[in-house]
Design a protein around this ligand. Structure first.
Ligand code: TRP
Length: 334
């Protein structure tokens, strides 16, 4: 994390139970691959999680599991900073200052706020509203150059850029303006039961979603039940959403091209294809699952990692925060 010529990546993930295959293929799997070319900072955003009601014991468990899964996915704590958001006070401190450079109007336009305030109408708390400001603080506290984000977070990143620009204009050049990092494999994994919808763990139908910790039999069973179409050709074509989704998944776990996949299954039925996808996914998740089981059983090691990660993140971000505090006119503490 200390090679100055490299650009800096920051990303965060919510500890909302185990990750889906979509989270894994679309995001987390890529995070470890950035480590050679970039300095990387990743965190489990437990402070974002409490913007919706959480069961405390469950949040604690989910946070540790998310941390262990990130480690298991290949994020190397010797190369990257990996920590838990609430362990680094800079995020809350910077967030307050940035709240004062963010407009009520721009937060009101956030589509995720509109969606969530409708969904959790019994608890539209101020944190839910200022959620994007905390996310801006996460990113700007490290002067990150790039932020890998999915489509659902683009608007929040745009807000972070606007807030940074406004701060820089008001108080002089301080923050790096972060850019979205668009991944090469833009694999978007869809629901196995309704392939026009994104795969989501909050889906009512458990067969719609593969969780990265699902066992082999469960994975294969869910793929066997995947919704397809009524012709019988394994090929990527408009209108074949179910098969397209299975092809995307199969291609991204095996590295095979769509053409290869089509010839591999020519003359075979969807049944064979679905089993092959299930097996390939189970095989590709096996090392992650094994490493996760090992790590989650080693609480002392996890603690050592997240403690060191938080210490280093705090050192790094407090330097930037000090500068911000000076610029806004706070008296320097002796
Ligand atoms: N809001 C993001 C999500 O729900 C998580 C997140 C928090 C994040 N802080 C971040 C992502 C900073 C990127 C950068 O997915």
């Amino acid at each position: 994390m200390s090679e100055p010529e490299k650009k800096l990546i920051f990303s965060g993930i919510q500890p909302s139970g185990t990750f889906t295959l979509g989270n894994y293929i679309g995001a987390i799997r890529n995070w470890s691959t950035y480590q050679d070319d970039y300095n990387c900072i990743y965190c489990v955003v437990d402070m974002h999680a409490i913007t919706v009601r959480q069961e405390p014991a469950k949040l604690r468990k989910n946070t540790l599991e998310a941390y262990a899964l990130l480690l298991a996915s290949g994020i190397d704590p010797e190369k990257s900073l990996l920590f838990i958001q609430s362990h680094v006070r800079t995020h809350a401190e910077l967030s307050w200052i940035l709240n004062c450079t963010t407009q009520f109007g721009e937060l009101s336009r956030m589509t995720q706020f509109k969606d969530k305030s409708a969904r959790y109408s019994g608890d539209v708390n101020a944190g839910l509203f200022t959620y994007p400001v905390l996310m801006a603080a996460d990113i700007l506290a490290y002067n990150a150059d790039f932020v890998p984000v999915g489509a659902d977070q683009k608007q929040h990143l745009e807000l972070a850029r606007n807030v940074a620009q406004r701060f820089n204009q008001r108080y002089s050049e301080t923050f790096t303006i972060p850019e979205p990092l668009i991944t090469k494999v833009g694999a978007r994994v869809m629901s196995l039961q309704d392939p026009t919808k994104k795969m989501s763990k909050s889906d009512d139908n458990p067969n719609a979603c593969i969780l990265v910790l699902d066992d082999r039999d469960t994975i294969i069973r869910k793929f066997k039940r995947a919704v397809t179409d009524s012709d019988a050709e394994v090929c990527y074509r408009e209108g074949k959403d179910g098969i397209n989704n299975l092809m995307t998944i199969y291609s991204s776990v095996t590295g095979k091209s769509y053409d290869d996949i089509t010839s591999e299954f020519s003359g075979k039925g969807y049944g064979d294809f679905k089993i092959a996808v299930g097996e390939a996914v189970a095989d590709s998740l096996k090392p992650l699952q094994d490493e996760f089981s090992r790590l989650i059983g080693d609480k002392a090691y996890l603690k050592e990692c997240y403690t060191k990660g938080a210490e280093a993140a705090e050192r790094y971000s407090q330097r930037i925060l000090k500068k911000v505090q000076r610029k806004v006119g706070f008296v320097e503490k002796g």
